[in-house]
Every structure is written in C-alpha cells, then in structure tokens.
Design a protein around this ligand. Structure first.
Ligand SMILES: Cc1cc2nc3c(=O)[nH]c(=O)nc-3n(C[C@H](O)[C@H](O)[C@H](O)COP(=O)(O)O)c2cc1C
Length: 237
C-alpha cells in the first residue's frame, strides 16, 4: 500500500490482470469520495459514475469493453460519464447547501445570478441555433475584450465536461492505489451499446472511460514504464 500521495502517484500502473476479489464497501466509498472532491470547471461536477459490481452486470459491461482482460478480471468496473444533464440539480443543491451553511444573502444572491447564467451556458438550442448565436456574440466581443470561449455546441460541451470527468477519474485511481487497490483506465469499449446498457441518453451523456478496479493478480506481468523525457514534454518560459 502507498504511504502517501506521491507514492500512490508513482506506483500506479495500468493493471491487466486482477485477482477478482470483492472490494469492501468502505473502500468503495473512499474511492468514490476521492473522485467526488476533484476540482471541476465552475465546480459544476459535470459527471456521473456507475460502479458495476454485480456479477451479471459486470460480465455484460466487460463484454462491451470488448472482453479486454482487465475488464474481465476486475472486481468492479467504473463507468465515468460526462453528464450534461446535472446542472439544475447541481446549482439547486449548492444553493440549498449555502442556505443551510448560513452564507450571507449577498453571497447567495451572487450565486443565484451565476446559477441563472449556467442555463445559458448549457443550452445550445434546436439544431445548435442558440450555440451559433452565442458563437457570433462571443466572436464580436472578442474584438474588444480578452475573453474565454464558452462551449458553443454540444460537442464543445462534452469536450468541456470531459476535462472535469477525467480529473475525477485520476483522483479515483490515485486514491485506489493509496488504499491498496489497482486500476486500469480503458477507452476500448463499445460506447453506443454501453450507453444503451446503462440507459444513457446521447443528448446528455458521453462515456469518457471505464476504469477496471481490484487488486492486481500475481499473474499480472508489469512491463517497464516508459515516458518521454521531461524536456520533450515541458517548455519552461
Ligand atoms: C484514456 C485512456 C484509455 C486507455 N484505454 C485502455 C484500454 O482500453 N485498455 C488497456 O488495457 N489500457 C488502456 N489504457 C491504459 C494505458 O495503455 C496505460 O495507461 C499506458 O500504456 C501507460 O501505462 P501505465 O499506466 O502502466 O504507466 C488507457 C489509458 C487511458 C488514460
């Protein structure tokens, strides 16, 4: 087991064969809590996780991961989904929490304004018409002001949500390692069939990755780990 975060980070490998033993509920909870506290754009947490552990569901999902060995041997499979359908629940939840916590009326009103803006951030309109209008407005504004581009298409929204989802996935994998578990992130899956299996809607959901989790089997053969040297990856200005 890793003694600290850095150990967990450097020890983590993509594991190809797991021992298939059960993951205690307390560990499952901790791993998912670690994903939950990851940073996200506007703290919008635009993702859902499906923890698949029942034998029948796990077998079905492993098949949709093309029967890859990590998927077949894992104790559980976690499907990480970029989820555009949660913004209302999230903003309302945060408002309720702020009220319970006794935030000042000014802070609450500021957040209410932000929450109203969230709607326009997500809405792209019929056939993306509103997205196109947003694009034109932002491009015109850009002549005068230094501004960031908000997503102006569904594809752009998914790209935006995927960043936060992937960070939550990394949190989850590092936490798993720190707790004595191992993982393998996978994008080798049939997205359309897996979405159908989970009852997801293409309008709001896109599967980002499936994470196989469990304890690595003694049969797992660890290849040496290669990365580009730092100079080839980093430019220091
Ligand atoms: C987004 C993503 C998708 C991946 N998809 C797969 C996959 O489908 N099957 C698999 O065996 N490994 C998959 N991997 C694991 C990578 O192959 C692995 O992380 C990489 O080779 C480096 O090895 P290491 O993680 O052990 O250092 C994926 C990793 C990431 C981040």
């Amino acid at each position: 087991m890793a003694a600290n975060t850095l150990d967990a980070l450097f020890q983590r490998r993509a594991i190809k064969v797991f021992d298939g033993g059960e993951i205690p509920q307390a560990l499952r909870q901790q791993v998912l809590e670690a994903a939950r506290v990851a940073p996200s754009s506007f703290n919008s947490q635009p993702y859902s996780f499906y923890w698949v552990e029942s034998p029948a569901a796990k077998e079905a999902v492993a098949r949709l991961c093309m029967g890859q060995r990590p998927a077949v041997t894992a104790s559980a499979l976690i499907v990480a989904v970029a989820d555009l359908g949660l913004w209302k629940v999230t903003t309302q939840g945060q408002l309720q929490w702020m009220r319970q916590q006794g935030f000042s009326p000014k802070k609450i009103s500021e957040y209410e304004t932000k929450a109203k803006f969230a709607k326009w951030f997500y809405i792209q309109g019929w056939f993306g018409v509103f997205g196109a209008i947003k694009w034109i407005i932002l491009r015109v504004l850009h002549f005068w002001k230094t501004i960031g581009m908000a997503p102006v298409s569904r594809q752009g929204l998914f790209k935006w949500a995927t960043k936060s989802t992937a960070l939550a996935c990394e949190n989850l994998m590092i936490a798993a390692e720190a707790l004595g578990l191992n993982t393998c992130p996978m994008e080798g899956f049939d997205g359309r069939r897996l979405s159908q299996f989970l009852g997801l809607s293409a309008r709001y959901h896109e599967i980002v990755m499936v994470i196989a989790i469990g304890k690595k089997s003694p049969r797992h053969v660890e290849p040496p780990q290669w990365r580009r040297p730092l100079e080839a990856t980093v430019k220091i200005l």
